[in-house]
Design a protein around this ligand. Structure first.
Ligand code: DGY
Length: 322
């Protein structure tokens, strides 16, 4: 019997690839760091039964129009803003994702980014390597205290909660803003629910962890940065589209806020001449929230399991529900 075609848009860990090969005829865009060209994907999807995709691929209506045989889409990510899920659903194509298993790893990175930004780690390391370190100096490369500070989390989902748990070890006061209140987080972590405005005004660190949607687009803009303390640090480990980057650039440049750490950008990869990257008070990372070896392998395998379930017409272990 002719095997079904599985399109995989990037080289993935062997553990996951082996699973896929047991269940179909795999086409893989054989690259470690180059996105599959959209036109190639349109061509390859025409006779495919399954699509294994990653962050950065555009899975839109036009692509689905070229995919008459598609039975399942599986993304190696928890976020799925790059996929037109409504359109897939309309065609009866389930979409799988990988929630849960990357929570702690992403919370680690978010907290690391917060610390690196507050204590100017990247700038300090560059300073040393560039031979600028002449002597210990009283106010040299001084930053913001983390211990005992107020942390405001926008988007108290799984990752937000894990970041809050880490913050308790630093005796931080935790505020949060979310679509709905989380009484269990209030009880176990002492987090205090507040309005967006209150959170922005009172927090020393504002951490954005809301998923991307049309409602959260540019959730942080000029007005929001203006409400923050001039000593405050802003961290985004969610999606770049949640932030108005021009407004953030102006806020950092004019001292409206003190610093920012970004793991995500509106356009990824961000151009190396992007104005934000010229600022010394910005720490920038290339979307590595979930990038531990162990977690990425688990994500790759779970995405394969979702895909295989879809091919077998079984419920996906983790289907996107919107
Ligand atoms: C996700 O899973 O959505 C991340 O952004 C990549 O790990």
């Amino acid at each position: 019997m002719k095997q079904k075609k599985i399109v995989v848009t990037r080289n993935i860990p062997e553990e996951a690839m082996a699973l896929l090969k047991e269940h179909g005829n795999v086409y893989v865009w054989d690259s470690v760091d180059n996105v599959i060209p959209y036109e190639t994907l349109v061509e390859e999807i025409k006779d495919a039964a399954a699509l294994y995709t990653i962050v950065g691929d555009r899975i839109d209506k036009n692509l689905l129009d070229h995919a008459p045989h598609l039975e399942v889409i599986s993304t190696m990510a928890v976020g799925y803003d790059n996929i037109d899920v409504a359109e897939a659903r309309r065609r009866g194509i389930p979409v799988g994702h990988t929630p849960g298993i990357l929570t702690e790893t992403t919370a680690d990175l978010t907290f690391a980014l917060l610390m690196a930004t507050a204590r100017r780690l990247v700038e300090s390391s560059d300073y040393l390597r560039q031979g600028q370190w002449k002597s210990w100096s009283p106010m040299l490369l001084t930053g913001q205290d983390i211990y005992g500070a107020t942390l405001g989390i926008i988007g108290m989902g799984r990752i937000g909660e894990s970041v809050a748990r880490r913050a308790t070890g630093f005796d931080m006061k935790i505020l949060y803003h979310n679509r709905s209140r989380r009484p269990e987080v209030e009880e176990t972590l002492g987090a205090v629910y507040c309005s967006m405005e209150d959170l922005l005004k009172k927090s020393d660190f504002v951490v954005l962890l809301a998923p991307a949607s049309s409602e959260t687009r540019h959730l942080m803009g000029e007005a929001e940065f203006k409400q923050m303390k001039p000593s405050a640090v802003f961290i985004n480990a969610s999606r770049g589209s949640n932030v108005d980057e021009e407004a953030l650039y102006n806020a950092l440049r004019t001292g409206t806020i003190w610093g920012a750490g970004l793991d995500v950008f509106e356009t990824e990869p961000v151009a190396s001449d992007h104005p934000l990257l010229s600022l010394p008070n910005l720490v920038a990372l290339p979307h590595i929230g979930s990038a531990s070896i162990h977690t990425r392998i688990k994500m790759a395998v779970l995405a394969a399991q979702n895909l295989i379930a879809g091919l077998r017409k079984e419920p996906l272990p983790f289907e996107v529900k919107t």
